[in-house]
Structure formats: structure tokens, C-alpha cells
Design a protein around this ligand. Structure first.
Ligand SMILES: C[S@@+](CC[C@H](N)C(=O)[O-])C[C@H]1O[C@@H](n2cnc3c(N)ncnc32)[C@H](O)[C@@H]1O
Length: 216
């Protein structure tokens, strides 16, 4: 699976992908991640990517040309689905994550400032995604969320594929259960007896009874 990420802070992402299972997935050639500096696609001397909003208002808006140029450049190499991160957009869910993991190539556009010129959204973006009902400084963290959640769905990225299937949300209404490890007794806080019993049927029942749910 291929990811192309466009950002004014490429180093944030390059640093992020140098760790953990993402780094290993790159090494194993299960995922390929290219990070592009949006400023390299500007057409002005000062590599300016933002300007004042027409009609007035606070803050700056990201100019259309660099995004058009960047996406054009990336699509020429390999066609892909273009996603822009926007706070107001459809919320990311595990169902959406699974859907995205079926794509061959995701092109992730990270906004900053007050957001992106509407013409980018109207012309070159296939889908807008929000990672939650709050406002971040930029789309980079959202891109990292996509990288982690979507890569996890790719066979071989997580060492034991079974562990992915028991994760929260993998199936509808599936949630994680409480986990314990050594020591059996920590400051008189004991691991539930049933988990030490070796009785798999009882353990499964106990886990079903104790699944973690969001308190709404
Ligand atoms: C400061 S925010 C802009 C917020 C925008 N003025 C609004 O009211 O929705 C700058 C950029 O951060 C990213 N961003 C902020 N919150 C996000 C969220 N919850 N999910 C995904 N991306 C987000 C988007 O790319 C956005 O263009």
C-alpha cells in the first residue's frame, strides 16, 4: 500500500514514520510512504503557501496552486485517492479505516492556518476526513492517525494477525476486554482467578462479561 503525504512540515511526518511498526512495515515493503513538502510546489519566490481570505476574516487561507501542483505531480507517478483533513468532515471510524486499507494509494493533504482554498476541495479532493470533533493546528496528526490505523489493517504489518481481529471495533460491537500480565499480585491487586485457571471456556465467558464499553 502506498501513502503520499503533502504537508508544510514534512519533517514531522518523516520523524513519525521512523518508529515502531510503521518503520518495520516500510522495511518489509508492506507499505511505502512518500512525504512531500508543499512549499516545493509553490510558484512564488518566497514559497508562500497562504494568503488573506477574500471577503475578509481572521487568519490565512492555504493557496490553491501548491496543492494542485503537488497532487498533479503525485498522480502522474501513481493514481490515488485524494483525502483532505478537515475538522468539520465525516468522522473517521474503523469501518472507514478498513475501506481505506483496500485502496492502493492514498494521497493525504494536510491543511494548516484557517484551512484550504475551496477550489482544492471542489476540484482535486475525493474525500474529506475528520479525526474528531475538535480543532487541531494542522492535518499532520490526522495523517499520522490514518497511517497507523490503516497500516494495521494490512496483512503482515502487525506480527500476529489474530491480535488485530480481537481489537475493539474490528467487528461491529466488538470491544477489548481487560488484560493482565505479570506479576500475579501487585501491591495486593490480584489478577482475576479465572485468567489463571487455564479453563479456556471460562476465560472466554469472563472476557465476554467484562468487555469494555464507552460510558455514554
Ligand atoms: C486550524 S485548522 C482549521 C480549522 C477550520 N478553520 C475550521 O473551523 O474547521 C487547520 C487544519 O488542521 C486540520 N484539522 C484541524 N482539526 C482537524 C480534525 N479534527 N480532523 C482532521 N483535520 C483537522 C485541517 O487540515 C485544517 O485545515
Amino acid at each position: 500500500m502506498n501513502f503520499s503525504i503533502v504537508s508544510i512540515f514534512p519533517d514531522m511526518l518523516k520523524n513519525f514514520i521512523a518508529y515502531g511498526l510503521i518503520d518495520k512495515a516500510i522495511e518489509k515493503k508492506l507499505v511505502n510512504i512518500d512525504v512531500y513538502d508543499l512549499r516545493n510546489f509553490t510558484t512564488n519566490k518566497h514559497k508562500k503557501v497562504d494568503d488573506k481570505p477574500f471577503g475578509g476574516g481572521s487568519g490565512m487561507v492555504m493557496k490553491p496552486e501548491p496543492f494542485f501542483n503537488a497532487v498533479n505531480h503525485i498522480q502522474k507517478k501513481m493514481k490515488g485517492k485524494v483525502i483532505l483533513f478537515s475538522a468539520y468532515a465525516e468522522l473517521l471510524t474503523q469501518k472507514k479505516v478498513k475501506e481505506l486499507s483496500d485502496e492502493d494509494h492514498l494521497i493525504l493533504l494536510c491543511g494548516r492556518y484557517e484551512g484550504v482554498d475551496q477550489r482544492v476541495i471542489d476540484e482535486i479532493v475525493d474525500e474529506e476526513i475528520s479525526i474528531g470533533e475538535y480543532v487541531l493546528m494542522g492535518g499532520e496528526v490526522a495523517a499520522e492517525v490514518i497511517l497507523e490505523s490503516v497500516s494495521r489493517m494490512i496483512y503482515g504489518v502487525v506480527g500476529n494477525p489474530e491480535s488485530v481481529k480481537t481489537d475493539s471495533f474490528f467487528y461491529d460491537n466488538q470491544f477489548a476486554f481487560p488484560q493482565y500480565t505479570q506479576p500475579r499480585d501487585y501491591k495486593d491487586l490480584k489478577v482475576p482467578e479465572v485468567l489463571l485457571s487455564g479453563n479456556h471456556r471460562d476465560i472466554i465467558e469472563w472476557r465476554k462479561r467484562n468487555i469494555k464499553r464507552r460510558k455514554t
